[in-house]
Design a protein around this ligand. Sequence first.
Ligand SMILES: Cc1cc2nc3c(=O)[nH]c(=O)nc-3n(C[C@H](O)[C@H](O)[C@H](O)COP(=O)(O)O)c2cc1C
Length: 331
Amino acid sequence: MIDLSTEYLGLKLANPLVPSSSPLTGELTSAKKLEDAGASALVLPSLFEETIEYEQKQLERFVNSQALGHYEAQSYQPVPEDYLSELDSYLERIQLYKTSLDIPVIASLNGISTEGWIDFGKELQQAGADALELNVYYIAADPETEGGEVENRYLQLLTDLRQHVSIPITMKLSSQFSSIANMVLKLEQAGAHGISLFNRFYQPDIDLETLEIKPHLELSSSMESLLRIRWIAMIRGRVDLSIAATGGFHRSDDIIKALLVGADITHLCSVLLQQGPEYIAVLRQELEYWLEEHEYESVEQMKGSISRSCAINPAALEHCNYMHVIKSYEG
Ligand SMILES: Cc1cc2nc3c(=O)[nH]c(=O)nc-3n(C[C@H](O)[C@H](O)[C@H](O)COP(=O)(O)O)c2cc1C
């Protein structure tokens, strides 16, 4: 009997297959299907800073317009007792999941400013979240903003939250840092328990008829997993953090490679949106077969077994790889 269990963010998980934030993890019915198919934990869709800010402003306007005797207000209307803010609904969902599911539930915050997030973080913890994922989605579009400044925003947010939240915190990162490995080291020093590599960015498109910018969401492909696998290989062994591989994990082969280079879990999103929650059972079975065929007794035994931390000079080796790849092209 192969032992598929793995440790992630201090949690003992039954296997390394964890659905990441998506509409599938946002509804109890589909969350239950994910659990039944073998998901070992799940990450809720993010609570977005902008949504909460907008709601708070709307609420303030509502209350103020009445206090000032707004001409449209016929009479004083108190905020309805059953009014549920986005945050309230999120907290309710965590509580519901915790009573309805057996697997750990990871909450997700998406934002960049410190104010507010500390209180939200505390509330998510109190509601029963087993861990917190921070998706610091920040595009430095201002040419005056220096790289170090951007990094400090991440570190400050983490440091502040760390002081008020005791559940494990993991950072979902983009691949667009000048020195990813250094950034990861700094996050570890600032108290992160884990990292998710890497976030995917969605590039807006242009409608050639209306000449308007239009949002464009394309699901990932398996090829994207290679970037993640490469960086996990380079980082594993350099830091003592839990590592989640995120982005492009569609096939059991992708998952096996991520584990071999040292990921603790792989996140799944696009593949489950395409194939349905039940597909986790297929991936789990294929992973088990592979381990059996290759005479591994457990996921823990295979994890990191071909990590690049064994290499003496990873940067030089990377450069060498690059030359070989370019020279290998046969047009
Ligand atoms: C429809 C959709 C909604 C998503 N919502 C969130 C979200 O709320 N928060 C978040 O951190 N990531 C979100 N993601 C990103 C996924 O969690 C995941 O990181 C990304 O899709 C890469 O993984 P994949 O290649 O398996 O799809 C979303 C992705 C999709 C496709």
